[in-house]
Every structure is written in C-alpha cells, then in structure tokens.
Design a protein around this ligand. Structure first.
Ligand SMILES: Nc1ncnc2c1ncn2[C@@H]1O[C@H](COP(=O)(O)OP(=O)(O)OP(=O)(O)O)[C@@H](O)[C@H]1O
Length: 257
C-alpha cells in the first residue's frame, strides 16, 4: 500500500501566544501538484514549516505514512524556504550550497560520489546556474540565490518537493524555466506543494488549490472554483451593485491572486 506523501490532520500551531493554524487538514496524494494560497499572514509558511517539522504543532503530521516524530527518510523531501530564510549570507560557493542538498543521501561522511557530483551539476543546469558553480553565494543576486535554493532541494532528487514562494524575486524568464522544469518533474511523478501569491506560468500545472484564511483552510479544490470564490467575495462584498452571484468568472490571464 502506498501512503500519501503528506497528511495533516487537525494541525494547530501557536506562535508568540497567538493561534496561527487552527484545525488544518490536508492530504497531498502521490504525484499531485497542490498550491497553497492566501493573503499575507494567513499562515501559509507556518503550514509548510509545520509539515516539514520546522515549527512545533499539535494534531497529526505524516510524511509517507510515518508520523513526523518517527520520520527519518528526509532524502525523500525537498524544501525550499521563503527567500528571506534562504539568503542568510552563508560564506559558501554555489556548488557547496547545492551539494549540501545531497548530504542525507550519503552513506557516511566522506567525499562526494560521482552520482552526487552529477546530481549537483544537473540541478544547477536545471536552474540555469551551472556557470556560477564556483561563485560565492553572496555574490549572486537575490533571484539567483533563490534559484540556488531550488537547485539545492532538487539535488536530493526528492519525491515530495515543498516550496515556499520559490519565484519571489525571480524574473519572468526564469520563472517560465522553473515552470517547465516542474512540469517535467511532475510528469515523472514528483509530488509538489507550492506556496504562491502569483501562479503565473505554474497555473496549468496545478491540480488543486488550498486556501488559508486566518489559519484555517477555507477552500480545498479546483483552482478555478477558488478564483470564482475570491472574485465573488472581493467584488461581491465590496461592489454589491455590480456583483452577479450566479456568474462564474473566468481565470485571470496571469493567474494573479
Ligand atoms: N516566529 C513567530 N512568532 C510569532 N508570530 C509569528 C511567527 N512566525 C509567524 N508568525 C505570525 O503567524 C502568522 C502567519 O504567518 P505566516 O508567515 O505563516 O503567513 P503567510 O501566509 O506565509 O504570509 P506571507 O504571505 O506574508 O508570507 C502571521 O500573523 C505572523 O505574524
């Protein structure tokens, strides 16, 4: 029996004395591409951090059928943190940072194997930064550093890729490239949980949208229904004279939320 890569049941997180997640349920099935949406402060980052054990939570978190507390197969999970967390000015080269994404795959401490080196090159090529492998990370722009964080997660060849706004600060051209790459990985069966504000070229990849509002899941379903809901709330409540509750509104062209 294959277990879903990620299950959250009745997950609650309290930070600084305030409830940030309240009774959150989520199941991400194998091969699904799920996007997590919601306004600033709605709890998206906290939810993915709870999912990978970076913030304490109550309730149940399971990765590949194992409770988080017993889960050890971290090589199966790739995590791209939000940009502010990614660019900490680590005095390392791009290659070293991306190579650190392979550490959990090594049998023991020692020199990287050929497969490690090849995976690092492939990951760097996939984000268009192979030519910067020897550069200190701090010499790269913010958007380039973000692409290094993505390469680091990909270098581990994860089965579940959790990304917190991976394209924040990345230009349109490289966002398109990332969408192409994710599309390719999705056809190979990778499971993706993506926090996003603007889906842009990712929109066609999305199987399901989960929307948070003040720490609660308020939508879990097709992305187009959600767009209709959001438009209805925003336009319907704010502009009662122009609102038409029976009309299903089309997707915005750029997939902007
Ligand atoms: N370490 C912390 N201590 C106290 N409160 C926190 C902490 N981290 C987050 N919060 C609060 O939790 C709430 C949710 O934050 P979170 O970063 O999860 O939201 P988000 O939906 O990811 O927002 P954004 O779209 O701005 O990235 C916010 O009110 C935030 O102030």
């Amino acid at each position: 029996m294959t277990h879903p890569p990620l299950v959250l049941r009745d997950v609650e997180v309290t930070l600084g004395g305030d409830p940030v997640l309240r009774g959150v349920d989520l199941t991400v099935e194998r091969g699904e591409f799920v996007t997590l949406l919601g306004s600033n402060g709605s709890g998206k980052s906290t939810m993915v951090r709870a999912a990978v054990g970076l913030v304490p939570s109550t309730g149940t978190v399971e990765l590949f059928g194992e409770p988080l507390t017993r889960f050890r197969s971290w090589r199966r999970v790739g995590y791209v943190p939000q940009r502010s967390a990614a660019s900490t000015g680590v005095p390392a080269t791009v290659r070293e940072v991306v190579s650190s994404g392979r550490l959990s795959l090594r049998p023991r401490v020692g020199l990287p194997r050929r497969s490690d080196r090849e995976a690092v090159v492939t990951a760097l090529e996939s984000v268009g930064l192979a030519h910067r492998a020897s550069s200190p990370l701090v010499e790269l722009s913010g958007g380039q550093q973000q692409r290094v964080a993505i390469a680091r997660a990909l270098a581990g060849e994860p089965e579940l890729l959790v990304m917190d706004e991976p394209t924040a600060g990345v230009d349109a051209h490289h966002t398109e490239d990332l969408a192409d790459l994710l599309s390719h990985l999705a056809t190979e069966g990778m499971t993706v949980l993506l926090v996003a504000h603007e889906l842009g070229p990712m929109l066609p990849l999305v199987d399901r949208a989960v929307v948070l509002d003040q720490g609660r899941v308020v939508h879990d379903g097709p992305v187009d229904d959600h767009v209709a809901d959001v438009h209805q709330q925003h336009h319907g409540d704010a502009h009662p004279h122009t609102a038409d509750p029976d009309r299903v509104r089309p997707l915005p062209e750029e997939g902007v939320w």
